[in-house]
Ligand binder design. Structure first.
Ligand code: AMP
Length: 478
């Protein structure tokens, strides 16, 4: 049986693709790009590369469980060569982590070869899977990505090129997706028509790059060119870049959780800098939820920028109250509660001299089940804090997400079954307040948002998913 800890909700995946038309090797760029997207998924990762000058269908790849630096040792990297390639970092899904679900997915089919990496979740996968099974498809994984790849392969039989097959597939799939696809001579990027998932384009010398976040471009010294437009299919070949916007629509809904938590602090997504958005959230929180205190601090690392914003707006000094040991690596797969506690203590300790006798405002970006914040309040109080007032820089997290966050069932979202006062007592805080729903938009200016996890307004019909709404949502990963 899974422990409560194993059920911790997970982050979005990260995708990266690069094409060098001069034939230069791109493997190390993919490696560094993936390292910089590691925050989006730590379960498994993979790289697929090919030579556009070589025989078609010669796609070389390696996938493994764990962090990029664990999976791609020098001896593996030295076997991967090509001037076109894609990579993926993935979070775990249902129960045990399995290598067969790792990406990129490499598919040899009647018209050729393709490698595909996907960030996001589809909501009509089951329907498409059945359609494909009726024509003989045999699936090896439970992933959306395999369904997308098979659909492209099927459509390719009746189309002139892979872009057309991708366009036909994109017309059928519903949900959230940032895709990078390597076909033997082309690098292709696709973004869902609502823009739920991010994808951007960059350039480094002669190479063009597609990545989930701009931080991956910076990591390899590439310049940011632009975000891929919602609904855009972008194709990069030796002869240049073409863009197909036939799926473009006026309504967009960018995932607010990218700005609250998922994306890296130094990224800019759809024109909004993540650091600025979080500082702004903290400032809005201070304006709406003031409390007298001696210092403001943040949950490392997720609450730090909002705490800084809170401090700047309230005039209450910001202080670090925890030391985070960055050298201990991953501590999240712990079989027993006792070992898990060791893991937490090894990773975080309180700066006692800062907190003793102090009234503290503790800021975090979100509360899911309340475990993290309760632990940290306990640590602060054990170290002599006089009071701990919790401020959360997003509204209560109430509804499941069907678009890529592996959200636990409603039952595990503490705010869906408890009032703010009840949560305050349960986590041992002296006071608790959340950002108001109306203030959320101010984080990102007038960028259109999906904030269904807070307000229950989904940007597409999710009735096929809601039948299962009260079940563990992991079963909703179709
Ligand atoms: P919990 O301890 O269950 O209340 O989780 C809240 C903590 O998890 C906060 O510190 C958040 O920054 C972080 N968090 C929020 N959303 C996610 C997510 N989708 N995956 C992993 N951690 C998250």
């Amino acid at each position: 049986m899974e422990s409560e800890y194993d059920l911790k909700i997970k982050e979005a995946c990260g995708v990266f693709g690069i094409f060098n038309p001069n034939g230069e090797d791109v493997t190390s760029s993919i490696y560094y790009g993936l390292c910089s997207l590691q925050h989006r998924g730590q379960e498994s990762c993979g790289i697929a590369v090919c030579n556009t000058g070589g025989p078609k269908g010669n796609m070389n790849f390696h996938k493994g469980m764990g962090l990029v630096s664990e999976v791609f040792k020098e001896e593996i990297l030295s076997t991967l060569h090509g001037n076109l390639g894609i990579g993926h970092v993935r979070y775990s899904t249902t129960g045990a982590a399995v290598l067969s679900n790792a990406q990129p997915l490499v598919l040899n089919y009647i018209k050729g070869t393709l490698a595909l990496a996907h960030n996001g979740n589809l909501i009509n996968t089951q329907e498409l899977r059945s359609e494909l099974e009726r024509v003989g498809a045999i699936f090896h994984t439970t992933t959306d990505s395999e369904v997308i790849a098979y659909y492209i392969a099927r459509e390719r039989v009746n189309t002139n090129n892979v872009e057309e097959a991708i366009l036909r597939t994109a017309r059928k799939i519903r949900g959230a997706y940032g895709l990078v696809i390597a076909s033997p001579r082309k690098l292709i990027g696709v973004r869902d028509p609502l823009g739920l998932k991010p994808l951007c384009l960059g350039r480094h010398g002669a190479s063009y790059i597609l990545a989930s976040e701009s931080c991956a471009l910076a990591a390899i010294g590439a310049e940011f060119i632009r975000d891929i437009r919602p609904g855009e299919i972008i194709t990069i070949t030796a002869t240049g870049i073409t863009s197909n916007c036939q799926l473009y629509q006026d309504t967009h809904a960018h995932c607010i959780f990218e700005y609250i938590y998922f994306a890296r602090l130094d990224s800019t997504l759809d024109g909004i800098n993540i650091y600025d958005a979080r500082i702004h959230a903290g400032a809005a929180l201070a304006a709406a939820n003031p409390v007298e205190a001696d210092l403001v601090t943040g949950v490392p690392d997720s609450g730090i920028p909002a705490a800084k914003g809170y401090s700047e707006a309230s005039g209450i000094p910001f202080a670090l109250t925890f030391y985070k040991n960055s050298y201990v690596g991953r501590t999240f797969i712990k079989p027993t509660q006792k070992e898990r506690e060791f893991g937490v203590r090894m990773k975080l300790s309180v700066l006692e001299s800062v907190v003793r006798g102090k009234r503290i405002i503790l800021v975090d970006d979100s509360i899911v089940r309340g475990t993290t914040i309760a632990n940290l309040i306990c640590m602060l109080k054990n170290a002599g804090a006089k009071s701990v007032h919790v401020r959360i820089s997003s509204p209560p997290f109430l509804y499941p997400c069907y678009f890529g966050t592996d959200i636990p069932s409603n039952k595990q979202l503490i705010a869906s079954s408890h009032t703010v006062d009840e949560i305050c007592t349960m986590i041992g805080a002296d006071s608790l307040d959340y950002m108001k729903l109306e203030a959320l938009q101010s984080m990102v200016g007038d960028l259109p948002l999906c904030k269904a996890c807070f307000d229950n307004h989904y940007p597409m019909d999710i009735s096929s998913c809601t039948e299962n709404k009260n079940n563990d949502s992991r079963s909703l990963r179709l």
